[in-house]
Design a protein around this ligand. Sequence first.
Ligand code: PLP
Length: 464
Amino acid sequence: TEKTWNVSLTEIQKLQALDRQAHLHSFTDPQAMVQAPPFLMQKAAGSQVMGQGIQLLDAMAGLGNVNIGYGRAEMAEVAYGVMRDLSYYHTFAGITNPWAARLTELLMEIVPSQFNKVFYANSGSEAVETAIKMARLYWKREGREDKHLIISRDFAYHGSTIASSALNGLRVMHEDFGTETSEDALHVEAPFWYRFGGEMEFEEFGRYAAKCLEEKIIEVGADNIAAFIGEPVQATLGCIIPPKSYWPEIERICRDHDILLIADEVVTGLGRTGEWFGQETFNFSADIMTLAKGLSSGYQAISATLFNDRVASVIEGEQGVLQHGFTTSAHPVACAVAAQNIKILQKEKLIERIRDDIGPYFKTKLEELLDIPIIGEVRTCGLMAGIELCQDKETRDQYPLEYYLCQHIAQAALETGVIVRPAGNVIVTCPPFIFTHEDVDALVRRLRRAIEFVHDRLKAEGLA
Ligand code: PLP
């Protein structure tokens, strides 16, 4: 029988059947899994992933997290060594381990200078959950328990646990779980200029979008609001890049109204924007920051929530056990792997490379796609991009979402050999930091073919 990476086709089919029988998948239509078997991913190296005999250029770096690329032996060696030395110990009741201590030291060297305290968890959702709980604890300790609401934005993505998902800015994510009605999360407009900017100049729109937060604060009353949370760039739901005027104004509003500012840097943290943190790219300072994806480049599950002195001193300022934590918080293996990941970013100057070399090239090459009639905007920041479809370049009219055009484009892109992700009428790409010029060329070439394929179909149906 034919073999792909040492597994026979019969074995692949067996694995697919086993999986389909009992594995409930994240963000997947279970009914679709009945029709089509799950894709069996088998190997990955550098920027390439391989499964079922197919090799693909991963222009999504997994889920925007495999920043140093796949399959680095040094990462495996670090994990192996620590697993032999201290496979696990918890960090409750004042216990630590050498790898947690060293990761903390390393983080304190690289994070924006206001952050001097870190809490570890396993996922981005848990980091956000921690940020929310600590913001509430802060105000409780300040004797202002009424300050409990969190303000988020349309098109935000902050996680999948109840409290973090209540912050998400897409109705479909709430409908099945009742989180939309949660009176704990309010939403304001996103700084989404292409879609909502109208006649406004880009920077003017940034100030307008920030003003929407101020209006909401006045409407609800600052006395009821604990914090505002935002991703420096709204990555998952369309790579929405704010004008430079936006974040400093948001920071001012939060200060003026005495509301904590949480930067969800799960995607942007550790280099994605071409600076170490999105707060540096967009010139603002948050009180609390979350990190996850790029912290370990996906080699282990680890996340972190960081606090400035104002918040940390209040949280630590009273006697009594902090009633929060996870069995695997500051797991020795995960901490060691995260520290090694940061050392690789430093040693190989991967973030400087985004800023000075591959980021600008990525931008220039992707913008070539603007000659396709259904591409309305190409927006890039560091090594993340949103390529937005339109029906009419002048009016910026959208195709109905029910056409699933970006899903079709992402599917067609797989046929041409590259992984991108659909987000409504936006195609998102978020490649590993090790992407070469040739990789960028291949991404743009393959994506163009996929878009043109879908455009041709639209033309054939008289829709373009
Ligand atoms: N916050 C942001 C900005 C994210 O993009 C994500 C995931 O995409 C999360 C939080 C949730 O992270 P996780 O999936 O690790 O729980």
